[in-house]
Design a binder for this molecule. Structure first.
Ligand code: SF4
Length: 446
């Protein structure tokens, strides 16, 4: 929990020497509490006070990073339990298992199936981000070989899952450049696993059957010098998992209980694809930083990835597209020009319907602060002036030879004023953009 100004003041030299640029130590402490000053500005602060202040300034949940390159994945560092308080920061990572019992073509096929679990939704790329190699064979050599094959055949981040410290050491040795997440240290293997994690510079999963055991385990691992820890609570059913994950989040963030101040991982391996998708969605909501599933059915990932997209969006900021002119197909000076708003869902719905029409067109996106057509119109963010300004700013008169603008049917009422403001002919388009293909083919005439 951040220190108050008075608590910080108690740690300062209290000489009021003004070297920090403040008239008094108390004034400096108040600025520091509000993050408007830096501790380094006081040259006389003691080393002990520095340590205490630095520890207090650490986030209540540590950020842990695994993977490399484009798939370097930060997890954790959340600051609130509820997203209306503040945005959640690091989206849940979805991983899929690969058994080390698979070899040759079967192993490659499984890896390819996982690599292909990538989707586009409202202009955003979503997909599986990690592969979890499972030591199902119990063999150290098989596990290390499977991990090496996965590393060669996929850019996704790697998780190495075994309860054998020998197997983890062998696989980590072959893949450490990929910074895999190692799983799992249990109370009886904590020392060895922490040593392997430290030697290979990889984060480590701590796995226990209760919150109490888990908090003791993280302290033990930390004492061994491994600081990057991910928590795994080994409880059998979804209800208990969700209850315990919620408790852990509250203890970490509200009570600043450091032994639980880490991201979390959950494994969902039981049940069919439908059941795994349902469980995973629950765990994404509360509060798994990483969810590992066993299915490779593409349909099962859409609800998971959509849930992540929603839970990790900023509730106070609608998802927006850049206000500008978007060419669809290869439009020319005779192509239709229409406008919509910069609410991302609105734009991408219109875009896909225009694409479907196969009529090359221009879509002018008007900045309505990320609101939809009717919301923007009723809030006076979409009116003849905002549309005319957007047309002028985007130079649409140099884009097309005609002077016709198609407007959404829902705002037909603004036609007259818009014609006066722009001197363009206004054509009222359909209310539902699903009717745009028919409209463009039958009504649009240049
Ligand atoms: S430099 Fe340090 S000791 Fe001097 S006034 Fe500022 S806070 Fe106090």
């Amino acid at each position: 929990m951040p220190l108050t100004g008075l608590e910080i003041f108690k740690l300062l030299p209290k000489t009021n020497c003004k070297k920090c640029g403040m008239p008094t130590c108390l004034a400096f402490a108040m600025q520091l509490a509000q993050k408007r000053a830096k501790l380094e500005d006081c040259p006389d602060v003691s080393e002990e006070a520095k340590k205490l202040l630095a520890a207090a300034a650490e986030p209540p949940m540590r950020k842990v990073v695994f993977g490399t390159g484009d798939n370097q994945l930060p997890v954790g560092q959340e600051t609130v339990c509820f997203r209306h308080e503040e945005k959640f920061h690091n989206p849940t990572v979805i991983g899929v298992t690969v058994s080390d019992k698979l070899t040759g073509g079967d192993l490659k096929k499984r890896i390819e199936a996982i690599n292909s679990l990538q989707f586009e939704r409202v202009g955003t790329q979503l997909g599986v981000k990690a592969i979890a190699v499972m030591n199902d064979s119990g063999s150290v050599d098989n596990f290390a070989a499977a991990a090496a094959t996965v590393k060669q055949s996929s850019d996704l981040a790697l998780l190495l899952i075994s309860e054998s410290s020998q197997a983890i050491a062998a696989a980590a040795g072959k893949t450490k450049e990929s910074v895999p997440l190692l799983a799992s240290a249990k109370p009886d293997t904590a020392d060895e696993m922490a040593k392997i994690a430290k030697e290979n510079n990889c984060p480590l999963v701590a796995k226990a059957e209760s919150i109490e055991q888990l908090s003791e385990l993280t302290e033990k691992i930390k004492a061994e010098g491994a600081d990057d820890i991910v928590l795994c609570l080994d409880v059998p059913n979804l209800r208990d998992r969700l209850y315990n994950l919620s408790q852990m989040r509250a203890l970490a963030l509200k009570k600043v209980f450091r032994p639980l101040g880490y991201p979390t991982i959950s494994f969902v391996e039981d049940g069919d694809a439908d059941q795994q998708a349902a469980q995973a969605c629950g765990l994404i909501c509360k509060y798994s930083s990483i969810v590992v599933v066993d299915t490779v059915e593409p349909y099962a990932f859409l609800p998971m990835l959509t849930t992540i997209m929603n839970v990790f969006s900023d509730p106070q900021k609608p998802v927006q597209v850049e206000p500008k002119v978007y060419p669809i197909g290869e439009p020319d000076a005779n192509s239709p020009l229409m406008f919509t708003t910069n609410f991302s869902l609105t734009y991408y719905t219109v875009e896909s319907d225009v694409e479907r029409s196969r009529v090359p067109s221009y879509i002018l996106v008007v900045d309505t602060e990320g609101t939809s057509v009717l919301t923007a119109y009723s809030g006076d963010k979409l009116n003849e002036k905002t549309v005319a300004d957007a047309m002028a700013k985007q130079n649409v008169e140099n884009l097309v030879k005609h002077r016709k603008l198609i407007i959404p049917g829902y705002v037909a009422v603004m036609s007259g004023k818009l014609e006066e403001a722009t001197n363009w002919e206004v054509m009222v388009g359909p209310r539902e953009c699903s009717m745009l293909p028919k409209y463009l083919h039958e009504v649009w005439k240049n």
